[in-house]
Ligand binder design. Structure first.
Ligand SMILES: [Fe+2]
Length: 413
C-alpha cells in the first residue's frame, strides 16, 4: 500500500460508487501509514493549546450541543499508555458524547499532506472541487448522530475513512421519499421509525465509505468509534461572491455592508449575477479601492488551490535558526503565482506573499526568483546556500518556512 492507501483506491471508489453518486464500502483499503489512532492522539494532545482554532470544535453531550465556553473543559490530552477507550472513560465517564473536529488537519499538520495526497488522486478523476475540501474527525459513542437525519448543504460527496475501534453504520434515504414520509425537509430525530426503508452500510477500521451528495443520512456508532470524513465541497455563485467579499473585508480591514440584493439566488439567470457583480464593483470603486471583486475571486480560488483545497491556513511557526541548508516543499502542496507588470503575487498554503517586481528586477534577482519557485514546485530538495545570498529569496524562504509550506528537516535524518 503506497502511502498507506490501496494502489487503485480512487478508481475503485469512483467506479463502485457510480461516480460518487451511490453509497459504497471499500473494505481494508488503507493502513496506519495513511492515518491511525496515533494521529488522532496527536490531534487530541494539541487541542488544548491551539485555542485559535477552537471555533472548529463541536461537542455533543448526550443529545445536546455543549455550550461553547464549556468545551475547553473536555479537551484533555491522552496520557502515556492510554488508548482511546481509556481516554473516553476518563474524560466523559459512561456519558455518551460526540466530539467533532472540523478542519482537523489544523491541529496536526502531517495529516494535511496525507489527506492532500489522497485528494490529489481524486481530483485527477473528478476535478478540483470549487469549494475545496473539509476534513473532520468524528469521535464518540453517541449512537445515532446527535443532529438527526439530515442532508448536507454544500457537499458534493464525502469519503469517510474509519479508524474504529467500534464500527459505524450509515443509513441513507432518497430525498423524495424522506420528504414524503416525514412531511418536511428539516432534520428528523426518530430514525428508528423510518430505518426499515433506508439503505444501510456498515464499515469498520481500515474501511472507506463513500457518502454521496443529496441523500438524507444518519450515522450510528456501534461502541466508541473514530472516523475521518473528507467532504468535497461545491460552491455556488452566491457563495463565491460572498467569500470574495469576505476576503476583501479581511485583507483591507474594511467594513462592507453585505446587501442581500448583491446575492441573487442560484435560480436567477447569469445576467442578474453579472449585474450584482457590477453593483459590488461600483461600491468598491466608490470607496477608492484599487482591488476589484474580480481580483478577490481570483485570489480566493488561487488561495484554495495553494492549500490543496483546505480552507484554513496552517499555523505560523517560529523559525529559531536561519534558513536550513536544504529545504523541500511539502508535496503535494505547491506554489501558485500571478505575475503582472509591477508585481508578483505568490500563493502559498492559503497565504499571500507579494513582491515588487520592479525592485527585484532592478537588483537583477528576477530570474533567480523564478528559478527558485520552479525548483520548489518540482518537489526536489533545494540547497539554499547560494539562494540565500539574495535578500529577496532569503526573505521568501523564511516566510515559506514560517507558513509550513517548506519542510525544514530534509537531510537531517
Ligand atoms: Fe452529514
Amino acid at each position: 500500500m503506497a502511502l498507506g492507501l490501496h494502489h487503485d483506491l480512487p478508481t475503485i471508489l469512483r467506479e463502485k460508487s457510480d461516480n460518487f453518486t451511490r453509497p459504497f464500502v471499500f473494505k481494508s483499503c488503507f493502513d496506519d501509514e495513511f492515518i491511525s489512532l496515533s494521529d488522532v492522539y496527536q490531534v487530541l494532545n494539541n487541542l488544548p493549546s491551539k485555542t485559535l482554532y477552537h471555533k472548529n470544535i463541536r461537542l455533543y453531550l448526550g443529545p445536546g450541543l455543549a455550550p461553547r465556553e464549556s468545551v475547553s473543559h473536555y479537551l484533555k490530552p491522552i496520557l502515556d499508555g492510554e488508548g482511546i477507550e481509556e481516554w473516553s472513560s476518563r474524560v466523559f465517564g459512561s456519558y455518551p458524547f460526540g466530539l467533532i473536529i472540523n478542519n482537523c488537519q489544523l491541529f496536526h499538520d502531517p495529516l494535511s499532506r496525507r489527506i492532500a495526497t489522497l485528494c490529489d488522486q481524486i481530483y485527477r478523476l473528478v476535478g478540483f472541487p470549487p469549494g475545496g475540501i473539509q476534513a473532520a474527525l468524528f469521535i464518540g459513542n453517541y449512537g445515532y448522530t446527535p443532529f438527526g437525519v439530515h442532508r448536507d448543504r454544500d457537499e458534493r460527496f464525502i469519503i469517510h475513512a474509519h479508524l474504529g475501534p467500534g464500527t459505524k453504520t450509515m443509513t441513507l434515504w432518497d430525498p423524495k421519499y424522506f420528504r414524503k414520509t416525514t412531511g418536511s425537509t428539516a432534520s428528523f430525530f426518530d430514525p428508528d421509525s423510518i430505518s426499515a426503508s433506508g439503505t444501510h452500510s456498515e464499515f469498520g477500521p481500515g474501511d472507506m465509505y463513500v457518502l454521496p451528495a443529496d441523500f438524507y443520512h444518519i450515522g450510528h456508532t456501534n461502541g466508541l468509534s473514530v472516523g475521518l470524513a473528507i467532504a468535497f465541497v461545491g460552491l455556488s455563485n452566491r457563495q463565491l461572491l460572498s467569500r470574495a467579499l469576505e476576503l476583501i473585508r479581511y485583507n483591507f480591514r474594511f467594513s462592507i455592508n453585505l446587501e442581500s440584493e448583491w446575492f441573487p439566488s442560484e435560480k436567477k439567470c447569469l445576467r442578474e449575477i453579472t449585474a450584482s457583480l457590477f453593483k459590488s464593483e461600483n461600491y468598491l470603486q466608490s470607496k477608492n479601492m484599487d482591488y476589484k471583486l474580480s481580483d478577490a475571486v481570483i485570489d480566493y480560488q488561487m488561495l484554495l488551490r495553494s492549500n490543496h483545497g483546505f480552507r484554513g491556513a496552517p499555523e505560523e511557526i517560529r523559525i529559531n535558526e536561519s534558513v536550513p541548508t536544504i529545504v523541500q516543499i511539502k508535496a503535494p502542496f505547491r506554489l501558485y503565482w500571478i505575475k503582472n507588470t509591477r508585481s508578483l503575487r505568490i500563493y502559498a498554503r492559503q497565504r499571500i506573499y507579494d513582491l515588487s517586481l520592479s525592485e527585484i528586477r532592478s537588483l537583477g534577482e528576477e530570474n533567480l526568483m523564478f528559478e527558485i519557485l520552479e525548483h520548489l514546485n518540482s518537489g526536489r530538495p533545494l540547497e539554499t546556500a547560494r539562494a540565500c545570498q539574495i535578500r529577496s529569496v532569503y526573505q521568501l524562504l523564511s516566510s515559506l518556512l514560517q507558513w509550513q509550506v517548506l519542510d525544514p528537516e530534509v537531510g537531517l535524518a
